[in-house]
Design a protein around this ligand. Structure first.
Ligand SMILES: C[S@@+](CC[C@H](N)C(=O)[O-])C[C@H]1O[C@@H](n2cnc3c(N)ncnc32)[C@H](O)[C@@H]1O
Length: 245
């Protein structure tokens, strides 16, 4: 995908509108510890498991490492990475979600500031904008947790290619796997009130992503790493690690 391609820009605009206007309150609540209904509780549990999985693929000590939290939402993963010492750039299309993320960071940051006995923490810089912007610079790690799931396969694959050019060690991302169960979950999801529905997910076959990346980024020294599916109630997402040898 060319990040300036009209199809990408149109999709990006729809996603921004959804997360920034239609559903930012829903997302704020889902990503908080406030009570949610039974269905959303399964999504929250699945997302917690996914974040823990992705974090388990990153080094325990990230001091001196730069990480891009690509499509950070309210910033939970960014805080986990900073807790391990990383210098994090957390970017999202939604200025409203970035505001929530900054408030949560403000509650977290004072714990880090050189308190005696406290382990060295990193830092998080939040920004609203496009995670594919080349101006963001280079990173040791890029993590896109559920941020590419609303793009069609060519855009998702193109996004990974664009990010690979400025990533030194690994890209961790998730995608909606093409499974019959997920199709049912999506059908049931349509019964949610329109205002709560997310933009259509685009389930994609892992083999299709593999074949495309093998033709492109493998020549640049990339190879596939771990992959895990997280399925909890109404949440299903496949995590995949690509590493630079
Ligand atoms: C499903 S939410 C996940 C948020 C966060 N990664 C998490 O797991 O809590 C997807 C997020 O990706 C963001 N996003 C999608 N495309 C983006 C892009 N091109 N640049 C920056 N953010 C993007 C959306 O605005 C949204 O906040």
């Amino acid at each position: 995908m060319n990040p300036t391609h009209p199809a990408y820009l149109q999709r990006r605009g729809e996603i921004e509108h959804y997360f920034d206007r239609t559903a930012h309150k829903t997302w704020e609540r889902l990503t908080s510890t406030d009570p949610v209904g039974r269905i959303r509780a399964t999504v929250r549990a699945g997302r917690d498991e996914m974040r823990a999985t992705l974090m388990s693929w990153l080094p325990e000590d990230m001091n001196g490492m730069r990480l891009l939290d690509a499509g950070c939402g309210t910033g939970a993963l960014a805080l986990c990475a900073a807790d391990r010492g990383a210098q994090v750039l957390a970017i999202d299309l939604s200025a409203n979600l970035i505001q929530v993320a900054q408030q949560r960071y403000a509650a977290f940051a004072p714990l880090s500031a050189g308190e005696p006995g406290a382990k060295a923490r990193g830092s998080v810089e939040f920004a609203s904008g496009d995670m594919l912007d080349p101006e963001l610079g280079e990173f040791d790690y890029v993590v896109g947790m559920d941020s590419l799931i609303h793009y069609d396969a060519p855009e998702l694959i193109g996004g990974i290619q664009a990010l690979s050019v400025r990533t030194k060690k690994a890209i961790l991302f998730t995608f909606p796997p093409r499974t019959p169960l997920l199709a049912v979950a999506h059908r049931i999801g349509r019964f949610f009130p329109r205002s709560d529905r997310s933009p259509t997910l685009a389930p994609v076959s892992q083999q299709r992503i593999r074949e495309s990346l093998e033709k492109t980024i493998v020549d640049q020294g990339w190879r596939e790493g771990q992959t895990t599916r997280v399925s909890r109630g109404f949440y299903t997402s496949q995590a995949w690690e690509w590493v630079r040898s």
